[in-house]
Design a protein around this ligand. Sequence first.
Ligand code: SF4
Length: 429
Amino acid sequence: MEKTVSAVVANAEGEIFDLPGYAAMGMSGETTVPLITGDTINTPYGSEFMLLPDRNPVLFNLATKESEILWENPLEPGNPVFPVAVFNSPGYVNTHTSAYTEKDNAQNLPLFSYGAVGWQNGSFRSAAIRVDRERRQDLRLMKQEKIDNGIKRLQQSMPTNRLVRHLEKCALEYGCPAAKNFFLGRYEAPLPTSQRCNADCAGCISLQKDSDIINPQERIPFTPTPDEIAEVALEHIQSVNKSVVSFGQGCEGDPLLAAKEIHPAIEMIRATTSRGTINMNTNGSLPDVLKRLFDVGLDSIRISMNSTRKVCYNAYFQPKGYTFKDVERSIDLAVKKGKFVSINYLNIPGFTDSPEETESLLLFLKKHKINMIQWRNLNYDPVSYLNIMGSAATFGSPIGMKRLLEKVKNDFPSIKYGYFNPPREKFRP
Ligand code: SF4
């Protein structure tokens, strides 16, 4: 067997340490495998490590060559030991989640992704694949001092723009990399607009209703005016090369429900400049509304989905007043209009790489000529998610995320892989 990666666990104080005699394991649905060097990478800069409460780590015992649930800390018998997971930086797809079993009193984990991680030659090793080389959200390039200067400058030049004030909170309190990039004058700026949504995603990060899960961000408490939106967009477009401005952020509902403000805002932007890329991250629920936004100048869309199987989509998105067919209509409309179309493919190993999901995705890509798949680790409790999906449809043993990415690329070589919305300068190969 290829060289395994050492196991890491945590004690009650939250101290993470490697455990001699044990290899790390990765979980993919009900399957657990020892992590080996070739299937892991050095954990990307800026990733975060998490201790998983009310859970026991599943590790590979190098002496018995068997997987083992740890009930206590073998280095301090009688003391608890906890699984460790990694929240990998943007641009990396988890191939396995952290391997653990839940205790009876386990609550839902907060809205993060829980990648498998180990230790080797002095560094953490993540079970992940890089899908985007762009350093758009590389924290080493986002100095706080520069962000603060950007905020000060825009407080002077846009003293009454409520959207800029909102983005200050996003950058400073939520640590939103998109908001930080606006104040840094880099890459992509966010244009959150909508207070409402016509979906009710289990893992919505801006609104959680009747759930034990806490939403990490508050939904934007007002609807910016077309002037406020256009002012922010033009500030970014006119000062950033190959700029992107995006509707549809984590701190809002779905932008299609704020088309009344977005339509005149795009008109104002395009009346002033033809530079920059105007993008929308959306659930794609309202194709007729989207048509009008394309006609006024929207350049690209990114449509979020956790599955191309209607029953699995409905089980997670819980759509209100629209159907998966409407989402498909939005995609086909965008393709017909020559717009750049990405799907924001929310993935969790064990489900996304199941044979049923793989086959359905390949059929979907044959039907809908999209340009890009943005592989996004779904920020949701992996065990709960598999239970939700299991209640909606069957899914068999995973083929592996690596193999899934290879298969899709093999069958659809022109489809781009990535994580970030590209500027239109990169639309066409
Ligand atoms: S589509 Fe977006 S805003 Fe709407 S419920 Fe889902 S995550 Fe939340």
